[in-house]
Design a protein around this ligand. Structure first.
Ligand SMILES: [Fe+2]
Length: 389
């Protein structure tokens, strides 16, 4: 989790009266809400609302999220080209789930419109990688500006609206995690600070920069997702009526271009690119970097089988030195148990190169990933043979 943050006004001591005059129904105080992780066991924040955050006027079913997986008759590599999927929906309703298991679901979203209804994922942390687009995430914690190549980490049970500028067509990779998304513990010293030598630093993690308190008695709907069920809540007032909060739990952004690559004289293994982790998977950033400097270094990754792991690469920007045929917004899925490696010719082609400008997001999962029906529509069935000359 990121470091302690506070915005707005707070009483000096938690769980004590915070006077507001006259206050909702003349009760004379702001209303405390404690937002937590893992029950009450992990990071939390304490927010103060103008009105009780519990006033609901209507609860309605709102359908289910479609997630149809397709049995695979063979174990094989996959290449999905998602750069031209049709635009649809908004940053929430326009998501196209492609790869999934019990721990994580990867979706692509090319929204056609702005988000019109507040959304709250009750059972998953979300990491929204902004491939294209610019705007701000609005929550009761305030306004978090977002820009291209941001990982926007939204803890579960955060009600949000992500406003993306309409003049730049947005393109998102959405990673939904059943477990808590966190900074890899090995990056932290015993005092909880990011270690010297970790590939990023506290200053690189950006929380909400300002409060934008909404004082409105207008009924406001929130679409709530728990697992695949959708429920529409109508709240008696706007939920972003917070005048202050503090704590360790809040949405934050980390820009992939702030990832400090760790390089060597010879190839460094993928864990040096780890960015976040969650139960059952890790997220890594393949950032622009200096290539290996040993005079005989093989500058593209060695062939390997993923042992007890499925490996997904999402290609964001630049030329991908070890792959042929991939393009921006391609996914490759290299599943457990079968080897993959650099494509023919790429070792030789990399010899004169001194650096790479590639940017890619990798998701490595412990459990096998299943492909959805929509993923199979993007699949290049010839990819397994692409290592032939
Ligand atoms: Fe690999």
């Amino acid at each position: 989790m990121p470091q302690y943050l506070r915005l707005g006004r707070l009483p000096p001591k938690r769980h004590t009266e915070f006077p507001q005059s006259p206050g909702y129904k003349g009760e004379g105080l702001y209303y405390e809400e404690v937002v937590t992780t893992a029950g009450f066991g992990r990071a939390y924040s304490i927010a103060y609302h103008l009105r009780p955050p519990t006033r609901v006027t209507k609860v309605e079913p709102a359908g289910t999220v479609e997630l149809e997986t397709v049995d695979q008759p063979t174990l094989r590599h996959h290449h999905l080209k998602s750069g031209k999927i049709p635009r649809k929906g908004d940053p929430v309703t326009g998501r196209l789930p492609l790869l999934t298991n019990k721990d994580v679901t990867l979706s692509r979203c090319r929204p056609a419109a702005g988000q019109t209804e507040l959304y709250r994922n009750a059972t998953a942390d979300e990491v929204i990688f902004v491939h294209h687009g610019r705007g701000a995430l609005h929550t009761h914690f305030g306004v978090l500006p977002v820009r291209p190549f941001d990982y926007v980490v939204i803890p579960r049970c955060t009600t949000y609206r992500i406003d993306l500028d309409l003049d730049v067509p947005a393109d998102l990779l959405v990673i939904e995690s059943a477990g808590v998304v966190e900074v890899p513990p090995r990056y932290l010293n015993r005092d909880g600070q990011l270690r010297l030598g970790a590939p990023y630093y506290e200053r690189d993690l950006r929380g909400p920069s300002e409060l934008a308190t909404v004082d409105s008695d207008e009924p406001t709907t929130v679409l709530i997702r728990d697992d695949r069920r959708l429920t529409r809540y109508t709240l008696a007032n706007h939920p972003f009526d917070v005048v202050g909060w503090d704590g360790y739990l809040y949405p934050f952004a980390f820009n992939a271009d702030d990832f400090e690559p760790i390089t060597g004289t010879i190839h460094q293994p993928p864990p040096v690119q780890q960015t976040f982790e969650a139960p059952g998977f890790v997220i890594c950033t393949f950032a622009p970097r200096l290539l290996d400097t040993h005079p005989q270094a093989v500058k593209v990754p060695y062939a390997h089988s993923n042992v007890q792991a499925d490996e997904v690469l999402y290609y964001v920007r630049g030329k991908f030195g070890s792959r042929r045929g991939v393009e921006e917004a391609s996914f490759t899925l290299h599943p457990r148990g079968i080897p993959h490696g650099p494509h023919p010719g790429t070792i030789v082609a990399s010899r004169p190169m001194t650096r790479t400008d590639e940017l890619a997001v990798m998701v490595d999962t412990v459990e096998p990933l299943l492909l959805t029906r929509q993923a199979m529509e993007l699949d290049d069935a010839t990819y397994p043979q692409s290592w032939l000359d």
